[in-house]
Write a protein that binds this ligand. Structure first.
Ligand code: HEC
Length: 195
Protein backbone atom coordinates (compact mmCIF):
# COMPACT_ATOMS: atom_id res chain seq x y z
CA UNK A 1 0.00 0.00 0.00
CA UNK A 2 2.70 2.44 0.93
CA UNK A 3 4.56 1.61 -2.24
CA UNK A 4 1.57 2.31 -4.54
CA UNK A 5 1.07 5.75 -2.96
CA UNK A 6 4.69 6.47 -3.60
CA UNK A 7 4.22 5.39 -7.22
CA UNK A 8 1.23 7.66 -7.71
CA UNK A 9 3.18 10.56 -6.26
CA UNK A 10 6.04 9.80 -8.60
CA UNK A 11 3.81 9.59 -11.64
CA UNK A 12 1.94 12.77 -10.84
CA UNK A 13 5.17 14.65 -10.20
CA UNK A 14 6.41 13.48 -13.58
CA UNK A 15 3.20 14.50 -15.39
CA UNK A 16 3.17 17.87 -13.68
CA UNK A 17 6.78 18.69 -14.33
CA UNK A 18 6.70 17.61 -17.96
CA UNK A 19 3.60 19.72 -18.68
CA UNK A 20 5.29 22.69 -17.04
CA UNK A 21 8.31 22.05 -19.23
CA UNK A 22 6.04 21.93 -22.27
CA UNK A 23 4.42 25.25 -21.46
CA UNK A 24 7.73 26.86 -20.74
CA UNK A 25 9.58 25.60 -23.80
CA UNK A 26 9.83 27.82 -26.85
CA UNK A 27 8.07 25.78 -29.52
CA UNK A 28 9.43 27.84 -32.38
CA UNK A 29 12.75 26.15 -31.77
CA UNK A 30 11.17 22.73 -32.25
CA UNK A 31 10.77 23.23 -36.00
CA UNK A 32 13.05 24.55 -38.65
CA UNK A 33 11.24 27.79 -39.48
CA UNK A 34 12.70 29.72 -42.41
CA UNK A 35 12.34 33.48 -42.33
CA UNK A 36 9.53 33.82 -44.88
CA UNK A 37 9.96 37.55 -45.35
CA UNK A 38 13.43 37.00 -46.78
CA UNK A 39 12.10 34.37 -49.20
CA UNK A 40 9.31 36.63 -50.37
CA UNK A 41 11.70 39.54 -50.83
CA UNK A 42 13.94 37.38 -52.98
CA UNK A 43 11.03 36.34 -55.20
CA UNK A 44 9.54 39.79 -55.60
CA UNK A 45 10.06 41.47 -58.90
CA UNK A 46 12.22 44.56 -58.61
CA UNK A 47 10.71 47.96 -59.41
CA UNK A 48 10.18 48.75 -63.10
CA UNK A 49 13.56 49.99 -64.30
CA UNK A 50 14.45 52.38 -67.11
CA UNK A 51 17.40 51.41 -69.27
CA UNK A 52 19.27 53.28 -71.96
CA UNK A 53 20.33 51.23 -74.92
CA UNK A 54 24.14 50.97 -74.69
CA UNK A 55 26.20 52.64 -77.43
CA UNK A 56 27.91 49.29 -77.94
CA UNK A 57 24.67 47.86 -79.35
CA UNK A 58 25.35 47.26 -83.03
CA UNK A 59 21.96 46.68 -84.58
CA UNK A 60 23.38 46.01 -88.07
CA UNK A 61 25.74 43.30 -86.89
CA UNK A 62 24.74 40.10 -88.71
CA UNK A 63 26.06 37.94 -85.86
CA UNK A 64 24.06 39.86 -83.26
CA UNK A 65 20.91 39.41 -85.37
CA UNK A 66 21.61 35.66 -85.57
CA UNK A 67 21.98 35.40 -81.80
CA UNK A 68 18.78 37.39 -81.32
CA UNK A 69 16.98 35.04 -83.70
CA UNK A 70 18.29 32.04 -81.76
CA UNK A 71 17.07 33.47 -78.42
CA UNK A 72 13.72 34.50 -79.90
CA UNK A 73 12.77 31.12 -81.36
CA UNK A 74 14.00 28.83 -78.63
CA UNK A 75 11.86 27.74 -75.72
CA UNK A 76 13.20 27.10 -72.29
CA UNK A 77 13.84 23.46 -71.55
CA UNK A 78 13.27 22.32 -75.14
CA UNK A 79 15.86 20.96 -77.52
CA UNK A 80 17.50 23.93 -79.24
CA UNK A 81 16.26 24.65 -82.75
CA UNK A 82 19.33 25.13 -84.90
CA UNK A 83 23.00 25.47 -84.09
CA UNK A 84 24.03 27.98 -81.45
CA UNK A 85 25.43 31.01 -83.33
CA UNK A 86 28.82 32.51 -82.58
CA UNK A 87 28.92 34.49 -79.36
CA UNK A 88 26.12 32.69 -77.47
CA UNK A 89 27.45 32.70 -73.92
CA UNK A 90 25.27 30.47 -71.81
CA UNK A 91 25.55 26.71 -71.87
CA UNK A 92 24.41 23.83 -69.74
CA UNK A 93 26.45 20.69 -69.33
CA UNK A 94 24.68 17.37 -69.67
CA UNK A 95 25.93 13.81 -69.77
CA UNK A 96 25.60 12.27 -73.23
CA UNK A 97 24.78 8.61 -73.90
CA UNK A 98 28.49 7.87 -74.20
CA UNK A 99 28.98 9.19 -70.66
CA UNK A 100 30.87 12.25 -71.86
CA UNK A 101 29.82 15.72 -70.73
CA UNK A 102 28.26 17.75 -73.50
CA UNK A 103 27.75 21.48 -73.67
CA UNK A 104 24.33 22.51 -74.89
CA UNK A 105 23.20 26.10 -75.40
CA UNK A 106 20.87 27.27 -72.67
CA UNK A 107 17.57 28.66 -73.95
CA UNK A 108 15.20 30.96 -72.24
CA UNK A 109 14.14 33.49 -74.82
CA UNK A 110 10.62 32.08 -74.99
CA UNK A 111 9.57 35.03 -77.18
CA UNK A 112 7.93 32.71 -79.70
CA UNK A 113 5.63 31.41 -76.97
CA UNK A 114 3.79 34.75 -77.15
CA UNK A 115 4.75 36.32 -80.48
CA UNK A 116 4.49 35.33 -84.07
CA UNK A 117 7.33 36.49 -86.36
CA UNK A 118 8.88 35.49 -89.69
CA UNK A 119 9.76 31.77 -89.61
CA UNK A 120 8.09 31.12 -86.26
CA UNK A 121 6.95 27.57 -85.67
CA UNK A 122 3.84 27.65 -83.52
CA UNK A 123 4.19 31.32 -82.60
CA UNK A 124 1.88 32.36 -79.76
CA UNK A 125 -0.67 35.15 -79.83
CA UNK A 126 -0.54 36.55 -76.30
CA UNK A 127 1.72 39.32 -77.60
CA UNK A 128 1.36 41.22 -80.88
CA UNK A 129 2.51 39.63 -84.12
CA UNK A 130 6.00 41.00 -84.81
CA UNK A 131 6.02 39.95 -88.48
CA UNK A 132 7.02 42.81 -90.78
CA UNK A 133 8.13 44.87 -87.76
CA UNK A 134 10.79 46.81 -89.65
CA UNK A 135 8.51 47.93 -92.45
CA UNK A 136 5.53 48.60 -90.20
CA UNK A 137 7.09 50.14 -87.11
CA UNK A 138 10.74 51.03 -87.72
CA UNK A 139 10.62 52.52 -91.24
CA UNK A 140 7.52 54.53 -90.32
CA UNK A 141 9.36 55.77 -87.18
CA UNK A 142 6.52 54.54 -84.97
CA UNK A 143 9.13 52.71 -82.90
CA UNK A 144 12.84 53.30 -82.43
CA UNK A 145 15.66 51.14 -81.10
CA UNK A 146 15.47 52.65 -77.61
CA UNK A 147 11.76 51.76 -77.39
CA UNK A 148 12.34 48.16 -78.49
CA UNK A 149 15.36 47.80 -76.18
CA UNK A 150 13.38 49.07 -73.19
CA UNK A 151 10.39 46.90 -74.10
CA UNK A 152 12.52 43.74 -74.10
CA UNK A 153 14.54 44.83 -71.04
CA UNK A 154 11.55 45.82 -68.87
CA UNK A 155 8.18 46.24 -70.59
CA UNK A 156 6.57 47.71 -67.45
CA UNK A 157 8.02 51.17 -68.16
CA UNK A 158 5.84 51.45 -71.26
CA UNK A 159 2.97 49.34 -69.94
CA UNK A 160 2.70 48.82 -66.16
CA UNK A 161 0.18 46.01 -66.67
CA UNK A 162 2.16 44.16 -69.30
CA UNK A 163 1.98 40.40 -69.63
CA UNK A 164 5.40 40.28 -71.20
CA UNK A 165 8.35 38.67 -69.45
CA UNK A 166 10.84 41.06 -67.80
CA UNK A 167 14.29 40.27 -69.09
CA UNK A 168 16.99 42.69 -67.96
CA UNK A 169 15.76 43.74 -64.50
CA UNK A 170 15.50 40.04 -63.67
CA UNK A 171 18.92 39.32 -65.27
CA UNK A 172 17.37 36.62 -67.44
CA UNK A 173 19.43 38.28 -70.14
CA UNK A 174 22.32 40.71 -69.94
CA UNK A 175 22.67 44.01 -71.84
CA UNK A 176 24.43 42.57 -74.87
CA UNK A 177 21.82 39.83 -75.21
CA UNK A 178 19.03 42.46 -75.10
CA UNK A 179 20.97 44.24 -77.89
CA UNK A 180 20.95 40.98 -79.89
CA UNK A 181 17.18 40.61 -79.44
CA UNK A 182 16.58 44.27 -80.34
CA UNK A 183 18.72 43.88 -83.47
CA UNK A 184 16.77 40.79 -84.50
CA UNK A 185 13.28 42.24 -83.95
CA UNK A 186 14.21 45.41 -85.88
CA UNK A 187 16.01 43.67 -88.73
CA UNK A 188 14.72 43.10 -92.25
CA UNK A 189 13.64 39.46 -92.45
CA UNK A 190 12.71 37.16 -95.26
CA UNK A 191 9.03 36.36 -95.34
CA UNK A 192 8.43 32.65 -94.95
CA UNK A 193 5.27 30.63 -95.20
CA UNK A 194 6.10 28.55 -92.12
CA UNK A 195 3.98 29.24 -89.11
C1 HEC B 1 4.28 35.94 -71.82
C2 HEC B 1 4.14 36.50 -73.13
C3 HEC B 1 5.29 37.25 -73.75
C4 HEC B 1 6.58 36.83 -73.90
C5 HEC B 1 7.21 35.53 -73.43
C6 HEC B 1 7.25 37.86 -74.65
N1 HEC B 1 6.39 38.88 -74.94
FE1 HEC B 1 6.80 40.54 -76.00
N2 HEC B 1 4.93 41.26 -75.64
C7 HEC B 1 3.94 40.58 -74.97
C8 HEC B 1 2.75 41.41 -74.90
C9 HEC B 1 1.43 41.03 -74.23
C10 HEC B 1 3.06 42.62 -75.54
C11 HEC B 1 2.13 43.82 -75.76
C12 HEC B 1 1.85 44.52 -74.46
C13 HEC B 1 3.04 45.27 -74.00
O1 HEC B 1 3.60 46.04 -74.77
O2 HEC B 1 3.43 45.09 -72.86
C14 HEC B 1 4.45 42.49 -76.00
C15 HEC B 1 5.14 43.47 -76.69
C16 HEC B 1 6.38 43.30 -77.29
C17 HEC B 1 7.03 44.26 -78.16
C18 HEC B 1 6.49 45.62 -78.55
C19 HEC B 1 5.78 45.63 -79.86
C20 HEC B 1 5.39 47.04 -80.19
O3 HEC B 1 6.14 47.70 -80.92
O4 HEC B 1 4.37 47.48 -79.67
C21 HEC B 1 8.24 43.71 -78.54
C22 HEC B 1 9.28 44.33 -79.44
C23 HEC B 1 8.34 42.42 -77.90
N3 HEC B 1 7.20 42.19 -77.16
C24 HEC B 1 9.43 41.58 -78.00
C25 HEC B 1 9.58 40.40 -77.27
C26 HEC B 1 10.81 39.61 -77.20
C27 HEC B 1 12.08 39.91 -77.97
C28 HEC B 1 10.56 38.58 -76.35
C29 HEC B 1 11.52 37.51 -75.87
C30 HEC B 1 12.66 37.93 -75.14
C31 HEC B 1 9.19 38.70 -75.88
N4 HEC B 1 8.63 39.82 -76.44
C32 HEC B 1 8.58 37.81 -75.00
C33 HEC B 1 4.01 39.31 -74.46
C34 HEC B 1 5.17 38.54 -74.39
Amino acid sequence: MKRSIKNITLISTFVLSSSVALIASDLTKAYDMPDASKLIEKDLLKEPTKFTMPKSCNLDDAEAIKRGEFFFHNLNGKKAKGEAPKGVKKFIETKGKDGKMKKKPKQYGNCVACHNIEGAKGGGNIGPDLTGYKKMFVDTKTRDAQFVYQKIADARIDNPKTHMTINLTTKLFDESEICDLTAYVMSEKKQTKEK
